[in-house]
Ligand binder design. Structure first.
Ligand code: ATP
Ligand code: MG
Length: 137
């Protein structure tokens, strides 16, 4: 476990690039943390670093986005999922068992069906510091 303190969005972008360097096909990374903690923000920077040229936006309402970069990427947001069963019905297993790099916001909501090899990144606000985030990998 490693803890980073990001003082501003630029630092989070840098960290996203660093995370991207370690990514391989089939990797699953879950992002947990409260609203506005920067999950979508860091996923954007990871996708950029992985060669995604199309716009990366929050899939809060669409649930999932697929991008093509150096890898096939699934960007998932589980915020609106009520149960892991709901997630199961979406056929997420097939993505988890594939070459897709899966980047999952609110991963804790589907922890029952998240594969054991998934890595987890926790993001939190730092009280009293608007642009500061604590990021635990
Ligand atoms: N150090 C920082 N790291 C990341 N984002 C920051 C930082 N400081 C400020 N921000 C801002 O915080 C916001 C984070 O929003 P983002 O949509 O990424 O949150 P989220 O965790 O995906 O929220 P949600 O749970 O609603 O999906 C962005 O507007 C970003 O510019
Ligand atoms: Mg988000």
């Amino acid at each position: 476990m490693k803890e980073y303190i990001s003082e501003n969005p630029r630092e989070t972008t840098k960290l996203g690039r660093k995370i991207a360097e370690g990514i391989e096909a089939g990797d699953i990374i879950g992002f947990n943390g409260d609203l506005g903690s920067g999950k979508t923000f860091i996923i954007k920077s990871i996708c950029r670093a992985l060669g995604v040229t199309e716009e990366v936006t929050s899939p809060t309402f669409t649930l999932m986005h697929l991008y093509n970069g150096d890898y096939k990427i699934l960007h998932l947001d589980c915020y609106r999922l009520k149960t892991a069963q709901e997630a199961e019905m979406l056929g997420l297993d097939e993505y988890f068992d594939s070459e897709h790099v899966c980047l999952i916001e609110w991963a804790e909501r589907i922890k029952e069906i998240l594969p054991d090899n998934a890595k987890i990144i926790e993001m939190d606000h730092v009280p009293g510091k608007q642009d500061c985030r604590r990021i635990v990998i």
